[in-house]
Ligand binder design. Sequence first.
Ligand code: ZN
Length: 276
Amino acid sequence: MPELPEVETVCRGLEEHLLGRRLGRTLIRRSDLRIPIPDHFTKVTKGACFKRFERIGKYILAYLDNGMVIIIHLGMSGRFSIKKDVKDSHGPHDHVVFYTYDGSVIRFTDHRRFGLITLCSSNEVKFHPLLAKLGPDPFSNLFNGNFLSERLANTRRSIKAALLDQTIVSGLGNIYVCESLYYSGISPNRHAHTIKNNRANRLATAICSVLSKAIEAGGSSLQDYKQTDGEMGYFQHQFSVYDREGKSCPDCDCNGSIKRTIQNGRSTYYCSKRQR
Ligand SMILES: [Zn+2]
């Protein structure tokens, strides 16, 4: 499932190819994604120019010069491919195909259909029901150790569960939560309200550093995820704990091995010697 680094990579790919370009027609082959694509989508976007791209958590916002914003979420398996060849035939899971005036074809492919594409006016976008309750993005100025400890002070949940909650901080999923907890030396089972002071600072720093490294690697390709040019991401080769059950801990002073446990129905990978 795409998390912040994969979404950021896709957002940069879209920006690189589409900024300043004008949208022609949009072919909606299936509109029943996680939420239905609005009926007026094609009419409202036709002829508009892409003027800015932004990512908040796992959402991509494409600002058009007609005052509208296309809101995109990749869900579990959504991806974009950008090609120059209009004649390419559509695949069975190519649900939306965008054509630019200058001949690019942008396909949104999503076999599980948990992704979404919808529209909103730019002055209402921050209040849109999908976005209004999101916690800050880890790369925003609001996010630091103090912020984290304040938001975690009243929760009895584990730190793992709290970090997956998009209303506390947005953009993290299972992979990058496991990796960040490893780097900050925090047990995934620790009660979230005990994360304070130095420990909170360490965690906030680890989150940003793991995410930055993953963005540099173009994200992690495990199942469906690819960059917009069809390239894989490469961060899966740099995982310290995720999907490494039984392998040795990368910390050479540790001599421990990576363990797997189930929390809230999902696998957690960690080193019990290093993470307290
Ligand atoms: Zn270890």
